[in-house]
Write a protein that binds this ligand. Structure first.
Ligand SMILES: [Zn+2]
Length: 484
């Protein structure tokens, strides 16, 4: 059998097994996996290395305006390059609808922006204006095109849809096999806290963490899940940051809800103490939901190990520490006017590998599931996330012993800081492939602008998620079933 490339002598790790072996690649796909493979126009020696499916970054904000009009520092070129250096072969950033905008217009806008990507991509739509023509016409058209996930907000005045809006959206999603993602924080609790803090003149960055209580997340996660259960729709809770929220997710998953969730490295690595750095330095650590505390970190790691979360995602939201980003509204401003979010697309997998696998908190197989395989299943990337014949040759070759110190320059993004600066990690991706093409090799970019392709995605994979029928909609109870 002829191969374009053979990766040989490595330890192949998948979500199910780990074994020594060779991978033969032909025409951008994995053609063979075997103990020994001869040939290959190019042979890549993976001796002493771990060979995993390329990461799939399922939560990133790239070339996206926030609802208050701040543009992210990374476009699809710099964002995808940074992702590639971090061991990712594909990503699914957000395509955000502004109120009044049609979904067709949103997709056309992001298609133009994403044409520069060096890795494969899709979008999750963000829906902020679910008018009838969006629900009945535009969203189904987006699903048919392979955009099978979208996100809604329970917080932010310009974004949140209210419970009724969410029920409408969840129902449309269920009918089309799409999955609804939700940013769950109680909007009124946060607004009420903001008002109290402002009245007392407490506006330094550190008060951002106080203004968004853990209870605001826990309440909204619980509410979002009950809304989804009422209409038996799949739901994905993004960036879970609290122990209480994670406990609710675990309980409801156990009860059969069609529920998925993620957490992010910043909630594992940082705490609200980082918001209390001198001057405005704390602004770098403003994200929502906010950073919590050490006890929460331990609890979230426990939940990762126990399977509460499908994925660990970066929530890369790159706003520079200058007047284009964090300080678009001025330099000495109260925390509610500072742009929300921090970068992390390149640091996600080295952090998860080092703090997770190397420190013994998770297995190598769990690392693969959390970084790639589960995202592929949840978001319908059926040719990605696994090392098996027929799959896209999206592969990352890791040196499990390499030591690195995180610096902003090594992130290869368009940012002027990293919140993980100075962190000492073990293990890094040395060679990364996208559909068989080497895109990063020993610190050098090999990819060409625009070589990434749009991934048309399948409906959400609900195997293992039996669902839950509300009594009022249960045909056996013979009332209300026609409403469903
Ligand atoms: Zn986000």
């Amino acid at each position: 059998m002829q191969f374009d490339t053979v990766i040989h002598g490595g330890l192949i790790a998948t979500a199910d097994y780990t074994a020594k072996g060779d991978i033969g690649i032909r025409g951008g796909r994995i053609a063979a996996v075997a103990e020994k493979l001869e040939g290959g126009e190019r042979r890549i020696d993976a001796g002493g290395r771990i060979v995993v499916p390329g990461g799939i970054e399922a939560h990133a904000h790239i070339a996206q305006e926030s609802s208050s009009g701040v543009m992210t520092a990374d476009d699809y070129l710099s964002g995808s390059i940074s992702a590639a250096f971090g061991g990712n072969s594909s990503f699914i950033p957000f395509a955000a609808q502004q109120r009044g905008q049609s979904v067709d217009d949103v997709i056309a806008t992001y298609d133009a922006r994403a044409a520069r990507s060096v890795i494969d991509y899709s979008y999750h739509l963000i829906i902020s204006d679910p008018k009838p023509e969006v629900l009945e016409d535009q969203l189904p058209r987006a699903f048919a095109r392979g955009i099978t996930s979208f996100k809604v907000f329970m917080t932010y005045d310009l974004m949140n849809l209210g419970d009724g809006g969410m029920l409408d959206i969840l129902t449309v999603a269920r009918e089309h096999g799409a999955i609804t993602m939700v940013h769950a924080e109680n909007n009124d609790m946060v607004k009420w806290m903001n008002k109290r803090l402002a009245a007392k003149g407490l506006t330094a960055p550190k008060y951002h963490a106080i203004s968004r209580p853990e209870l605001a997340e826990e309440e909204a996660i619980n509410r979002a899940i009950q809304l989804a259960k009422l209409v038996d729709a799949p739901l994905f809770i993004v960036h879970v940051s609290t122990e209480g929220g994670a406990e609710i997710v675990r309980r409801e998953k156990f009860n059969g809800a069609k529920l998925f969730a993620e957490t992010c490295p910043q909630y594992l690595a940082l705490t609200r103490a980082d918001l209390d750095r001198p001057g405005m330095e704390g602004a770098k650590y403003i994200c929502s939901p906010p950073l919590r505390d050490g006890r929460t970190q331990d609890a979230l790691w426990h939940h990762i190990a126990q399977g509460t979360f499908e994925s660990v995602s970066s929530d890369h939201a790159p706003y520079r520490f200058d007047a284009t980003g964090k300080f678009l509204n001025g330099s000495d401003i109260p925390y509610p006017k500072i742009a929300n979010g921090m970068p992390g697309i390149a640091a996600r997998l080295p952090y998860l590998f080092s703090e997770g696998v190397v420190k013994g908190r998770i297995t190598l197989e769990q690392f693969v599931a959390l970084s790639s395989t589960n995202a592929a299943k949840t978001f319908g990337c059926d040719s990605k996330g696994r090392i098996a014949p027929g799959m896209d040759a999206d592969i990352a070759i890791w040196n499990p012993e390499a030591r690195l110190t995180v610096t902003a320059a090594d992130q290869h993004d368009n940012m002027d800081y990293t919140p993980f600066e100075g962190m000492e990690l073990t293990g890094k991706p040395e060679v990364v492939l996208n559909r068989g093409a080497v895109i990063v090799e020993h610190g050098e970019l090999r990819a060409k602008e625009g070589q990434g392709r749009f991934v048309a995605r399948q409906p959400v994979d609900l195997r293992g998620k039996p669902g839950w029928t509300a009594k009022e909609f249960d045909p056996a109870q013979n009332f209300g079933a026609e409403l469903r």
